[in-house]
Write a protein that binds this ligand. Structure first.
Ligand SMILES: Nc1ncnc2c1ncn2[C@@H]1O[C@H](COP(=O)(O)OP(=O)(O)OP(=O)(O)O)[C@@H](O)[C@H]1O
Length: 471
């Protein structure tokens, strides 16, 4: 039963020809005269790597067989043969999920080379699966479909050094994914360096990235290597890339294009081979539109995009993540691990989690210290979790209660460590109201001012302050 290719056809001459040809090509083959027998083997847990099937057979036809096989093995390549070489049956075969369509009478060499391609494809798919499961098993927890997409992407990228842009809210695991990308890349033995653009003062970013020569600026008493040099051969993870000052963006673009740069104050080009993985919680396309991010750099970084869902979008993972973090915290703190009661677990699944996985991790650490018993009860949960639940947030949309959404937004900003949030909120608040008023008055400014309750001069000033493109 270990033959990699199974052939099914009610026509014994076709079976004979294929068996012979594959044997010559050194490909093990087994044939069946009807689909039912083949399916029985599959259902009992045996599976080949490739199936070649006729379409018209007296009992079960090839398309039904294809569907049945794909129920058990969705990735198993199936080559469909048909004597009726018309577009219709070809289209039907592809739509049904066939790997290839082989019109009869076929050239024997073509049939063999097609089989080889299908075998190759089967091998690649199974390698990919192994890589994906390695990624998902070792470091990143997630069973939600949205996370499976992420694992798949990491698996697919495992042989490449291509630039990747990771996008997702704060605390969703962007750095963890960047580490996984590095770990599963050909660069895994080299350095991985993570740098957060939002955490470095703007005027120091350049020397941090590119290093400086002695005396390049006041305070530069010694020459210093930058992160690019340190990460040579490895990966540089640039977090919060949206906050990178525009002149540094220009320099970054040049390094990416030329593979070389100058230290601050230096005249000798430094050559490096660094893979860039960038991350952001912002809408970079919008920043490009607003002139805050270089479009060419955006395209350069955005070769492959991985989106990390917010914790709200993968609530089913909360129990698993909580268990993991409770175990981790107990190990770190050297105490016995605590378990969530059913009710506490349900409550955690209904929290809005504006701070995403990081907030859940912190909560678990807090609970490990603070919960009084071995079992964590609802009353043990920290007070801030009793503030907003996901249901309440959803309800606020239905009830038109934007203040709840605003509170949720504010929670998120504060948890992410952002300051001056009143300014940002006020800007958006006024911009939304003003743009609505203009819409309702067909752009008539005086009328819009009246609807808003502003004087005309205020409106003119606000149009400018809020960067309105209307004239
Ligand atoms: N799927 C996950 N499985 C296990 N741990 C996770 C997962 N996602 C995130 N974490 C943990 O949550 C914490 C926050 O993750 P990480 O720093 O990668 O988020 P981030 O999106 O890079 O955040 P920020 O944008 O604020 O830097 C880390 O301690 C990380 O190990």
């Amino acid at each position: 039963m270990n033959e990699p290719v199974w052939v099914v056809d009610d026509d014994s001459s076709i079976r004979w020809v294929l068996e012979k040809a594959l044997k010559v090509a050194d490909i093990g083959c087994m044939s069946f005269s009807n689909a039912e027998d083949l399916l029985l083997q599959i259902q009992s847990g045996n599976a080949p790597q490739v199936v070649i099937s006729d379409v018209r057979m007296p009992e079960m036809d090839g398309m039904t067989l294809l569907q049945e096989i794909h129920e058990h093995y969705p990735d198993l390549p199936i080559i469909i043969m048909t004597a009726h070489s018309d577009l219709d049956s070809a289209v039907k075969a592809y739509k049904g999920g066939a790997f290839e369509y082989l019109p009869k009478p076929f050239d024997i060499d073509e049939a063999v080379s097609l089989t080889k391609r299908a075998l190759e494809h089967a091998r690649e798919t199974s390698q990919l699966k192994q890589q994906e499961s390695r990624v998902s098993n070792t470091e990143i927890i997630g069973e939600a479909p949205a996370m499976q997409e992420v694992f798949r992407a990491v698996g697919r990228l495992s042989r490449s050094s291509i630039s990747v842009l990771i996008n997702g809210q704060s605390g969703t695991g962007k750095e963890l994914v960047a580490q996984a990308l590095h770990k599963h890349s050909p660069r895994s033995d080299e350095t991985f360096i993570a740098l957060n653009m939002a955490a470095i003062p703007a005027d120091l970013i350049e020397s941090e990235l590119f290093g400086h020569e002695k005396g390049a600026f006041t305070g530069a008493q010694n020459a210093r290597q930058g992160r690019f040099e340190q990460a040579d051969g490895g990966t540089l993870f640039l977090d919060e890339i949206g906050d990178m000052p525009i002149d540094v963006q220009t320099r970054l673009l040049r390094v990416l294009a030329d593979g070389q740069f100058y230290r601050v104050g230096g005249h000798q080009p430094v050559k490096v081979d660094v893979r860039i993985i960038a991350a952001t919680h912002q809408d970079l396309e919008k920043r490009v539109e607003d002139g805050k991010f270089r479009e060419d750099l955006y395209h350069r970084l955005n070769v492959i995009k991985i989106h990390l869902p917010s914790l709200n979008e993968r609530r089913e993972d909360i129990p698993l993540l909580a268990k993991h973090f409770l175990a981790k915290a107990s190990k770190e703190l050297g105490v016995e691990s605590k378990q969530l009661s059913k009710a506490a677990e349900e409550k955690l699944m209904d929290v809005a989690w504006p701070g995403n996985v990081r907030q859940l991790e912190n909560t678990c650490r807090w609970l490990t210290v603070m919960a009084s018993g071995q079992e964590i009860l609802v009353d043990d949960l920290p007070p801030e979790l009793h503030m907003l639940s996901a249901t309440e947030v959803k309800q606020s949309v239905i009830n038109d209660d934007w203040t709840v959404l605003l509170a949720n937004w504010a929670d998120k900003q504060l948890l992410s460590g952002r300051n001056d949030i009143l300014d940002a909120a006020q800007y958006d608040f006024e911009k939304v109201l003003l743009s609505c008023a203009l819409k309702h008055t067909q752009g008539h400014k005086q009328e819009a001012a009246k609807r808003l309750g502003w004087g005309r001069n205020t409106l003119t000033r606000k149009l400018k302050e809020l960067n309105f493109s209307h004239d």
